[in-house]
Design a protein around this ligand. Structure first.
Ligand code: NAP
Length: 312
């Protein structure tokens, strides 16, 4: 079993820490806001007063932070992890950030001969809590193989994507599709509602067709129930949409669909939905169409919307 320093006890980090503890690892945690630490300590983690204390004896230093600014502050700033971490540790960044920031991290750690992986994750709060994330990692293959036991503790599958930065790149490729699915679902439910279709019937069809998707199932049922409880905050989705755009622009790739989705997200954030779930972008699309997606007056239920579909 390994000694792990884990930094960032947000929505995702909390679930990851629980699963690392469950797998028998010794985990020391540090979080900017100390109130998040107690729950991890109750489950068996050790609390560190400082970053340096958290990382000093760690085999692995893992962090899951909001964005590039947070990674710069915790890792790349003067006195940050890149300068202080024990050179025998393996460092794993699980945050969703710009591949260029990831490259700066790789360079800073390489300068001190510290092994580093960029290893962002797919899945959300539920998958983090259940140890069922999907990890996409970039870095040296040997580092990846040494990190497998700890990555397996938080994930259903772990994917080696190639050299440093490829985990961060894969994450943005995937999140382009997540954003597109949310926008598409919002447009199609608004259209269906305006056309007088029962959204329960619509979701029943979406659940079984050849264009079905767990996102359509889970988010669709939640939207009809009016539930925008955050698992993945809309503010983070805006950050990711902009990262996808910048990444694509650098490579000279046109992403008009992402541009449209980012514009929808910006309007939803301006409307005050930034701390709600990312699916709250759908509220803007419904409002544009002049429909209320929770107002299910017609009942043409085909029986295809099962309890399973309405749970997510
Ligand atoms: P979150 O709940 O907002 O947690 C963010 C964490 O980052 C918190 O621990 C926060 O500390 C810390 N943090 C932010 N700025 C910091 C700073 N300047 N210095 C030190 N710590 C700082 O976010 P999350 O949902 O867990 O997401 C974390 C990362 O995973 C993000 O990159 C996100 O895009 C990615 N991700 C999220 C999901 C999801 O469904 N939620 C799915 C896949 C990937 P405080 O507690 O002090 O604020």
């Amino acid at each position: 079993m390994s000694t792990i320093a884990f930094i960032g006890l947000g929505t995702m980090g909390r679930g990851m820490v629980n699963n690392l503890l469950h797998a028998g690892h010794n985990v020391t945690v540090w979080n900017r806001s100390p109130e998040q630490v107690n729950q991890a300590v109750t489950r068996g983690a050790t609390s560190a007063a400082t970053l340096a204390e958290a990382t000093k004896d760690a085999d692995f230093v893992m962090y899951c932070l909001s964005d590039d600014a947070a990674v710069r502050e915790v890792v790349l700033a003067s006195g940050g992890l890149a300068e202080t971490v024990n050179p025998d540790s393996i460092v794993i960044d699980l945050s969703t950030i710009d591949p260029e920031t990831s490259a700066e991290e790789a360079e800073a750690f390489a300068a001190r001969n510290v092994a580093f992986l960029d290893a962002p994750v797919f899945g959300s709060k539920g998958e983090a809590a259940a140890g069922g994330l999907w990890v996409v990692a970039g870095g040296e293959l040997e580092t990846f193989n040494r990190a497998r036991p700890v990555l397996s503790a938080i994930s259903e599958t772990t994917h080696y994507m190639g050299p440093s930065g490829n985990g961060a790149r894969m994450k943005l490729v995937g999140n382009l599709l997540v954003a597109a699915q949310l926008e598409a679902l919002g447009e199609s439910l608004s259209l269906a509602r305006k056309a007088g279709l029962s959204l329960h019937d619509v979701l029943g069809v979406l659940k079984v067709t050849d264009f079905r998707s767990p996102i359509f199932d889970g988010v669709g049922a939640a939207v009809v129930a009016g539930d925008y409880t955050p698992s993945f905050a809309l503010n983070l989705m805006l950050k990711d949409g902009k990262l996808v755009q910048t990444f694509a622009e650098r490579l000279g790739v046109s992403v008009p669909g992402t541009r449209a989705t980012v514009s929808t997200i910006e309007r939803a954030v301006e409307a005050g939905f930034g701390n709600e779930n990312a699916s709250a972008l759908i509220k803007v699309l419904a409002s544009d169409a002049g429909v209320d997606l929770t107002d299910e007056t017609a009942d043409h239920s085909t029986g295809l919307l099962t309890a399973d579909a309405s749970a997510r």
